[in-house]
Design a protein. Structure first.
Length: 343
């Protein structure tokens, strides 16, 4: 713990170059010392800098200096075009996360941070195993937090990925605001190819909205402070509708020619249990007919699996809009409880 705390202090010490009102001040030194990058002179970048200067009080010249250091990454553009949730089926996707090594490391993480997890569960109503599972699925408990500079990732996707440019421009804006608020040099922070950061892989907008200083040391550090990461995950789920003590999913069986009509077209729970029952769905659990659920099918080892996702399942999909992701988190959380119980 001492090592990771010190690493954050070093990052903060390097970042004393932020001014709270005028924005970035002196974070790179004189402009002539900055190496030219792919985005120097870009009209898109110039427009973005203008917006940040006008709307948020950043110093335009200093932002231009930052972008001189930013690099366009083709590897990021390649990676975002093939996320695992889109190219793999459940029988291949699930085993990536439900491994004995991840379970064992999760049990260790739970024991090491038991007090923080218990406090988060008490304050936010989110079970400890779900918090642990999120951090396990996202980064293998800090092993894989990403090696791209967040400025490179978000700039590449903002200015060279038209399908989601608006989204990533918003995240780039949020990231620069985050860096100013936390007094961190934006060029020192690393994350995933999509700009997700720290143990729980928060996007910048999620960090600003939901991250918390759970250990009370005056800084929100989700990169190397497990307590802050734990509290921030719990805060996120609480504010996205997690209901304490409620189940996550219910297995279902189907029959009849209309059963496939019950499948949800997306993540949102658009049909009720009663409506699904009329289409040939039968839940393995006692569920109210008026309960809205997400109905989905997974391609498992033994053929199709049919499931009803409840409110807490939908809360998990707010973290990542994928039913396979949510199922991986849920099943890992169950496996963690089982493993912790027998050790």
């Amino acid at each position: 713990m001492i090592k990771v705390k010190n690493s954050m202090r070093e990052m903060l010490n390097r970042a004393a170059r932020f001014a709270p009102l005028v924005g970035l001040v002196g974070i790179l030194g004189p402009a002539q010392d900055a190496a030219a990058g792919e985005y120097e002179g870009s009209p898109k970048v110039a427009q973005f800098v203008g917006e940040m200067t006008r709307d948020y009080g950043f110093a335009g010249e200093q932002l231009i200096d930052v972008f001189r250091e930013v690099e366009r990454k083709q590897a990021i553009l390649d990676a975002i075009s093939r996320p695992a949730e889109r190219v793999k089926t459940w029988k291949d996707y699930g085993p990536m996360f439900l491994t004995s090594a991840r379970i064992a490391r999760g049990v260790d993480f739970w024991r090491q941070h038991e007090a923080a997890l218990a406090r988060a569960e008490q304050e936010y109503g989110v079970p400890a195993q779900v918090i642990v599972a999120i951090i396990g699925v996202e980064t293998f408990f800090g092993r894989n937090t990403g090696n791209y500079r967040v400025m490179d990732a978000l700039s590449t996707l903002s200015f060279d990925y038209p399908p989601r440019a608006d989204f990533f421009r918003k995240e780039l804006r949020e990231f620069l605001l985050l860096a100013r608020e936390q007094q961190v040099d934006p060029l020192t922070i690393k994350g995933s190819y999509a700009g997700a950061m720290g143990l729980p892989q928060f996007m910048p907008s999620s960090f600003r909205a939901y991250a918390v200083d759970f250990d009370g040391d005056g800084h929100i550090n989700i990169w190397s402070d497990p307590d802050d990461a734990i509290g921030s995950v719990a805060s996120y789920f609480k504010q996205h509708g997690w209901v304490a003590g409620e189940p996550v999913v219910s297995r279902a069986t189907i029959r009849g020619d209309r059963a496939e009509e019950g499948l949800s077209p997306g993540i949102e729970p658009v049909k009720t249990v009663g409506e699904l029952r009329a289409l040939g769905w039968a839940s393995h659990d006692a569920l109210r007919d008026d309960l809205p659920v997400t109905a989905f099918r997974l391609d498992g080892d033994n053929g199709p699996e049919y499931w009803m996702g409840l409110k807490n399942f939908y809360a998990i999909t707010r973290y990542n809009r994928s039913v396979m992701y949510a199922m991986a988190v849920h099943q890992l959380s169950d496996l963690l409880v089982q493993a912790r119980g027998v050790k």
